[in-house]
Design a binder for this molecule. Structure first.
Ligand code: ATP
Ligand code: MG
Length: 346
């Protein structure tokens, strides 16, 4: 079997309202992986436009996600940070994958069903083929590991299916062109930590999301200390005190969510949180959680404000990252063209 050296890839959409779920489920994991892996972190603006984005906001949000990456501790000089649309090969490989993936596979994707809502006929074609583009993002760099929140698990499975089918369909050509017995790796998702699915603060059965109409449903990375404290104070809970065992959180989605958030922010397990707070009322737990959230998030918000005040600097970071990403992407696409049989003078 062809050996692929370990490489991490992941992306965040510049769709506004970056929130605590994005931080705990994705960005904080990105930061940790820098120690052990070569990492490529992408602001996926081409994914964002699968639903309508105001052009001015798209640019602003792209810089804001970049600022959040850097403020959280991602080093764009040691790793690669860029925005997707600057590397045209993402779209090019996505087209090939649109021809590899099957309609039936995409029809099963729950994110499409959720985002398209009832009026499916009116959803963009891009929203439907979103997972092909995501597979292209990952496989363009032969990424072996992708840190994501729980909601992206199904798309990662589809990415493996696409890689596997490409490797099978073109097996002879792959071998004949000297690429061994697999052109693409079967990428592993990394869905880790106590907060892989942070839920809405208003409804413990709904994912915390950028697009929720209620700002009280989420903690934004740009919220100030008072707003964070107020949102946690108002978060929906039940009247029972916290249990001392994790099993006691079953059937209590809101309590489970707040304990998970505490664990994620404190980088401890849910068990440890309950060892500390088992038996406590929310009137005790919520202020402790607010204090922890402010301590952890305020420095990031301050640094984000400093960085976004200098858009020129952010644009230079993105340009530098894109140039380095392009070098890898071009080589991959040249190989793909050879394997597929496309005549190329590039
Ligand atoms: P959108 O509503 O525009 O899809 P989003 O909040 O889902 O926004 P994305 O940019 O799609 O954000 O996702 C970026 C990363 O954040 C992904 O790895 C995703 O799995 C993760 N993520 C998103 N929401 C949560 C959440 N509530 N809990 C944990 N991780 C999350
Ligand atoms: Mg999403």
């Amino acid at each position: 079997m062809t050996e692929f050296s370990p490489r991490v890839f992941s992306g965040v959409q510049p769709t506004g309202n970056l929130h605590l779920g994005n931080y705990l489920g994705a960005i904080a994991r990105f930061v940790a992986l820098q120690e052990s892996h070569d990492c490529i972190y992408c602001v996926v603006d081409m994914h964002a436009i699968t639903v309508w984005q105001d052009p001015e906001e798209l640019g602003k949000n792209t810089r804001e996600v970049t600022a959040a990456f850097i403020a959280a501790g991602i080093d764009p000089t040691k790793h690669i940070v860029f925005n997707q649309s600057q590397v045209g090969e993402h779209a090019e490989l996505a087209w090939v994958f649109n021809c590899v993936a099957r309609m039936g596979w995409l029809h099963r994707m729950t994110q499409f069903k959720e985002k398209a809502g009832k009026d499916r006929e009116n959803a963009s074609v891009g929203l439907f083929v979103y997972p092909s583009l995501m597979a292209a993002d990952i496989l363009l760099y032969f990424a072996t590991h992708v840190p994501v929140g729980e909601d992206q698990k199904q798309h990662l499975e589809l990415c493996r299916d696409i890689a596997q089918k490409f490797n099978n369909d073109f097996a002879e050509s792959i071998a004949a062109h000297g690429f061994g017995d697999a052109f693409f790796p079967l990428t592993e998702p990394l869905i880790q930590g106590p907060a892989t699915r942070v839920m809405s603060l208003r409804d413990g059965t709904k994912k915390m999301s950028k697009s929720d109409a209620s700002d009280y449903s989420r903690i934004n990375l740009t919220d100030d200390a008072d707003t964070i404290a107020q949102k946690i104070r108002k978060a929906k809970t039940d009247p029972e005190p916290l249990p001392s065992e994790v099993a006691g959180l079953k059937q209590r989605p809101e309590a489970d969510n707040l304990v998970g958030i505490f664990a994620g922010l404190a980088e401890i397990s849910r068990e440890e949180v309950l060892r500390q707070f088992g038996g406590a009322q929310f009137s005790t737990f919520k202020p402790a959680l607010a204090e922890l959230a402010v301590a952890r998030l305020s420095p990031i918000a301050t640094e984000m404000r400093r960085l976004t005040a200098d858009p020129g600097h952010i644009d230079r970071v993105l340009a530098d990252g894109a140039a380095r990403a392009r070098t890898i992407a071009r080589k991959t696409m040249a190989g793909v063209r050879e394997v597929v049989g496309m005549i190329s003078s590039r």
